[in-house]
Design a protein around this ligand. Structure first.
Ligand code: ADP
Ligand code: ZN
Length: 759
């Protein structure tokens, strides 16, 4: 073992991107000996084909008689993965119980997962770069005493992140070439060639905006962050509109410009937050690489190279931006840290927030987890002193949080003689309809949220609002059609659906889904003059569709913005004075221990879009469960009360953050074999962990809430323990010691450590 090689008989350990939990040994031919170091991509023969893997170390041959196959090629001049990234990937492989090769593939841009060396775009341009930083003001006054123009250009260059295209300085900003020459002659600036990346953002110039002075609250937070110790984690609890973005920008300024370090900014989904991204670009311009999900593989590779070469010093992106190849990392910001999109749904099932914390600890950076509604996990960690809590309890400029009102959508039972209700009033209550009409006459804007997640899977009484729940768990029962049953997916309790509500004895009705398209039609019929924009997966398939819709809202060309949860985040439009939630209950009744938390977060986030300007704002939440604590706490803007009440529900039965979870999903094409594998696994695992007593519990097997996906049957086991090492061992046992028959059933085991949802 070890990373350095002595002469002769050493083998390279290669991790391959395959679902195999071992590395493979290959001979290194003399000609390649210098080229292969840990982190190097290598092409190797594997089962009669060529695979591309990563050298992760060296080893002595265990079997001296064996003829090891040789590494065939080394495609790159430099290792693709540096030592600290390799360390991070090893941690991920171990914690998330994923093959190292699969983790490494996930940490690299797609262009580097093929054997060919991708070619960056070859266009180059001249850029001016600050060669010597000038710190004190006095120093500057002296140096630039007789060269005011040079000072102006130098300081402009500083404000552009220390580098800018020469053409931009001379043509757009009208500096004369002699001023630049003067700075170069004095060794303050140098001019160099830079490869021009394919930058799709070039076509979307940031709108110039005013940069505010931090308020004293903001300044307090900024001071704490900039004096954080290496590896320190901060939880920034700032209500919606409290100015978290400015805090991030000031921190980046200190880290990137003053200390010359680099930084990563994670956002839940870049397409949904063009406003936030624009604000970073306004300030840091060329120093930022925006890792947009719509980038092509080539564009992504260009951005990766620019970050790695130090041409860009800030990476802004979703989950995978945590692998940005930056050295000298000073800060990682995780905006909206509670968002479940930070968890990857396929292997390796990592959580970018947790990876951020480990990376920052390894590399000495500070971490800022920002949210108006922190996850219970982060809140608990802060309460335990693992993270330092900072708060921004007020909106900037003395703005008020909007008043939130509940509209109870429970209806009296309809009598036979009555006419069927108007479909519009079933969806939009009178108070909401009146409020919308008011906004239209006053030329103000409205946002309507229709949360579509998980409709139609639970049973609710239309008269009393009662949702059929499990007698053993605080979880609603899921409706299954064949055979017709209500099932608890946590403890396997089952019952036949009854036709009468057990609470009020009225007719129990099964819920049906309601689509955004349908609501859009109802709105345009009712308000023919209103300009309605719909934002959902169907209207946002084009590359810049989100940004275009939001730009139209910003320009006042939209009266009502209707959308799914993608409209809940980050939007900052002062003319939006009304937010309506069409159906708050949809998320509450999902059979998932986090459904209340997600509902509270969503309601709080979307309510926070209202009243961001001087005209104030109003929020109307339509619900059939007005007394549910998620709804009540969102109405009262009371995060801490929500946490207190919600934590009670996580104790019995126990769920995170009171314990830790691993969800083990068995899937296969045939039901019997899938169930059989799950049963065998649970039996063997129970025996293996028997000596640990109640330190770990194994629950199930049970069918997954969605029991068949893409023609595969799914069963799961839930492992609970407060001891993370024990959970790791239990997961390893399942992937290493369990025989999974290779037959037509195509059985598979998937491990989800710290699942964000059990659906
Ligand atoms: P959050 O992300 O916390 O919801 P934002 O960062 O979007 O809040 O800030 C809300 C609004 O307040 C934005 O329009 C922003 O430009 C403005 N703002 C932020 N900080 C200040 C400040 N110090 N002075 C004036 N306006 C500010
Ligand atoms: Zn149950």
């Amino acid at each position: 073992m070890g990373d350095s090689r002595t002469a002769g008989n050493v083998l390279a350990e290669v991790a391959l991107p395959l679902p195999l939990f071992t590395t493979f040994s290959y001979r290194v031919a003399d000609g390649l000996a210098n080229a292969v170091v840990p982190g190097t991509r290598v092409v190797v023969p594997f089962r009669n084909r060529k695979e591309i893997g990563i050298c992760v170390g060296f080893t002595e041959p265990t079997d001296t008689t064996r003829d090891y196959k040789p590494i065939l090629e080394v495609p790159d001049a430099e290792p693709a993965i540096d030592a600290s990234m390799l360390e991070l990937c090893r941690w991920m492989a171990s914690y998330y119980v994923a093959p190292l090769g699969v983790v490494l593939r996930c940490a690299l841009p797609a262009a580097l997962t093929g054997a060919a060396v991708p070619t960056p775009s070859q266009k180059t341009r001249r850029v001016a770069v600050i060669a010597n930083e000038l710190s004190s003001l006095m120093h500057r006054d002296r140096i630039f005493a007789r060269t005011k123009q040079q000072r102006a250009l130098f300081e402009l260059l500083e404000s552009l992140g220390g580098r800018s295209a020469v053409e931009h300085l001379l043509e757009q900003l009208s500096f004369s070439p002699s001023v630049l020459k003067g700075l170069v002659a004095r060794n303050l600036v140098r001019v160099e060639d830079e490869v021009v990346a394919r930058d799709p953002f070039a076509s979307r110039p940031p709108i110039a905006g005013r940069r505010h002075h931090p308020t004293s609250d903001q300044q307090g937070v900024i001071d704490a962050l900039t004096t954080g110790s290496p590896g320190e984690v901060f939880l920034l609890h700032g209500i919606t509109g409290s100015g978290k973005t400015l805090v991030y920008i000031e921190l980046l300024e200190r880290v990137v410009r003053e200390r010359g370090q680099t930084a990563i900014v994670l956002v839940p989904e870049i397409a949904l937050t063009p406003q936030t991204v624009d604000r970073f670009r306004q300030v840091f311009g060329d120093a930022i690489a925006v890792l947009h999900s719509a980038l092509s593989d080539g564009e992504r590779y260009d951005a990766w190279l620019a970050l790695r070469r130090g041409e860009k010093r800030i990476a802004v992106g979703a989950r995978s931006a945590i692998f940005a190849p930056l050295s000298n990392l000073g800060a990682i910001i995780v905006d909206e840290e509670h968002e479940s999109s930070y968890k990857q749904a396929e292997a390796p099932r990592y959580h970018a927030r947790e990876v951020a914390i480990v990376r920052a600890r390894n590399e000495g950076a500070v971490v800022v987890l920002g949210s108006a509604t922190p996850s219970l996990e982060s809140w608990t960690n802060a309460a335990a002193g693992k993270y330092r809590r900072l708060s921004l309890p007020e909106r900037v400029g003395g703005g008020q949080l909007p008043g939130v009102e509940i509209v109870n959508m429970r209806r009296a039972p309809r009598r036979e003689s009555q006419a069927p209700p108007d479909p519009f009033t079933l969806v939009v209550s009178d108070p909401l309809a009146t409020a919308l009409a008011d906004r239209l006459t006053r030329s103000e804007q409205s946002i309507l949220l229709l949360n579509r997640r998980g409709y139609a899977s639970f049973v609710q009484c239309n008269q009393c609002g009662d949702v059929t729940t499990c007698p053993n768990c605080t979880i609603s029962l899921t409706y299954h059609r064949t055979p017709e049953r209500l099932v608890c997916h946590y403890c396997l309790y089952k019952e036949e659906p009854s036709t009468r509500c057990r609470r009020c004895a009225g007719d129990t009705l099964r819920r049906r889904g309601l689509g955004t398209q349908q609501v859009e039609r109802l709105l345009t019929e009712r308000y023919p003059s209103a300009r309605v924009a719909r934002m959902d997966v169907d209207t946002t398939t084009a590359k810049w569709a989100h940004a275009d819709i939001l730009d139209r809202v910003g320009r006042g060309e939209v009266d009502i913005l209707l959308g799914t949860q993608m409209i809940a985040k980050g939007l900052d439009f002062p003319n939006v004075t009304l937010v309506g939630v069409i159906d708050a209950d949809v998320g509450i009744n999902l059979p998932d221990f986090r459904s209340s938390e997600r509902c509270f977060q969503l309601l709080s986030q979307v309510a926070g879009r209202a009243g961001r300007g001087p005209k104030g704002g109003r929020v109307l939440i339509q619900t059939r469960v007005p007394n549910h604590h998620a709804v009540q706490c969102a109405v009262a803007h009371d995060y801490t009360r929500f946490v207190t009440e919600e934590m009670e529900g996580r104790r019995e039965p126990v769920y995170p953050p009171v314990t830790r979870l691993a969800n083990v999903v068995f899937s296969g094409l045939r039901e019997n074999e899938t169930q059989g594998l799950a049963a065998r696994a649970s039996e063997r695992l129970r025996r293996a962990v028997a000596s640990y007593g109640d330190q770990i519990s194994v629950i199930g097997p049970a069918p997954c809430p969605i029991e068949r996906v893409k023609a595969r049957w799914r069963w799961h086991l839930l492992l609970k323990s407060t001891n993370p090492a024990l959970l790791t061992r239990a997961c390893r046992f399942l992937v290493e010691r369990l025989d999974v028959p290779k037959d037509k059933s195509q059985l598979r085991i998937a491990l989800d450590r710290d699942p964000v949802s059990l659906l």
